[in-house]
Design a binder for this molecule. Structure first.
Ligand code: SF4
Length: 318
């Protein structure tokens, strides 16, 4: 059972001020195949303590991720840097919306310390959108990568970034810091952008991913979409083609789940065999790795997937 506190309607501090006056949208009841473990293990509590004692935010909590019980039990947390408040207001996302605070200069070091304490072989770092910053937070991303490299030289680093829309030179700063995996999620098919991801531009995101490979072909690139937002199958296949034309290595596809009644409704629960079919099609289109299942999230099993990704690249190079 996913536990998500609906603070949207809290009049004292609305989490999503732009959504408060929207009509409720009802989603169909969850099917049997959306089943998750309750977050109450010792490993979960340990991870929570380390996250809190370092004053960090995680997307696991902020986005109400259904996998938190499983991931945190294994000490896999995805850090969300640059605060807990996002300057965009996507219709699917549970991260708080508003004007964020100034950056915390000590945060890169705190993330590095938490990575060391958790003993992570592979760490995933994401962030809120920071349209208010002149570089979109690129330098902060780079500093965080460098701090982790210094504290944990054997840890591989995956970043999941915003789109740096209208932030010239920002992408170059992040790529120069050499993450092992550069992930930027498309989230949905282009026809749903205006409703689901209104502040973003589909082809800008595709171009961003392509540019990463042009700047540094050694970096693995990754992207993901959610299904169940009203997309058609042929549109998902077109997204696969667009990502392959940008030379993206790894595709993730997961089921959209509605965080609160004020968010976009789930239009459909895609059954597991349809995910399996997407996975098959995606492999035929040339992705090195594909993860498609109802509970797939871009950072779910990211460490194991990175090992498989490296092996797949090595196999194609032979
Ligand atoms: S799938 Fe990712 S966001 Fe969800 S709990 Fe696991 S690490 Fe956190």
């Amino acid at each position: 059972m996913v536990v998500i506190v609906d603070t949207v309607t809290n009049p004292l501090r609305p989490r999503h001020p732009e959504k408060v006056n929207r009509p409720d949208s009802a989603s169909p009841p969850k099917p049997d195949w959306i089943r998750v473990r309750a977050p109450n293990t010792r490993g979960y509590a340990d991870t929570r303590n380390i996250v809190k004692s370092n004053g960090l935010h995680t997307v696991c909590e902020e986005a109400g991720c259904p996998n938190i019980g499983e991931c945190w039990d294994k000490k896999h947390a995805t850090f969300m840097i640059m605060g807990d408040t996002c300057t965009r207001a996507c219709a699917f996302c549970n991260v708080k919306t508003g004007l964020p605070n100034a950056l915390d200069a000590a945060e890169p070091q705190h993330v590095a310390e938490a990575t060391a304490k958790l003993g992570l072989a592979h760490v995933v770092i994401t962030s809120v959108d920071r349209d208010d910053l002149s570089d979109g937070g690129a330098e902060h991303f780079a500093q965080t990568i460098r701090a982790i490299r210094a504290a944990c030289p054997s840890t591989t680093i995956e970043i999941l970034t915003p789109d740096f829309l209208r932030k010239e030179g920002a992408l170059e700063v992040v790529v120069a810091a050499k993450p092992d995996v550069f992930n930027h999620n498309l989230e949905t098919v282009p026809s749903r952008y205006l409703t689901v991801r209104p502040g973003a531009r589909y082809f800008h995101s595709i171009r961003l991913l392509q540019r990463v490979k042009e700047l540094d072909p050694t970096i693995f690139t990754k992207s993901g979409i959610m299904v169940g937002l009203g997309e058609e199958r042929h549109e998902v296949q077109q997204v696969m083609d667009d990502l392959r034309s940008a030379d993206v290595d790894f595709l993730t596809i997961g089921q959209y789940l509605q965080p609160t009644r004020k968010h976009h409704a789930v239009m459909r629960y895609v059954p597991p065999d349809e995910f399996a079919s997407y996975e098959k099609v995606a492999y035929t289109k040339g992705f090195l790795m594909v993860s498609a299942s109802p509970l797939t999230r871009s950072s779910h099993h990211a460490g194991e997937d990175f090992a498989r990704l490296k092996a797949a690249r090595a196999a194609t190079a032979r």
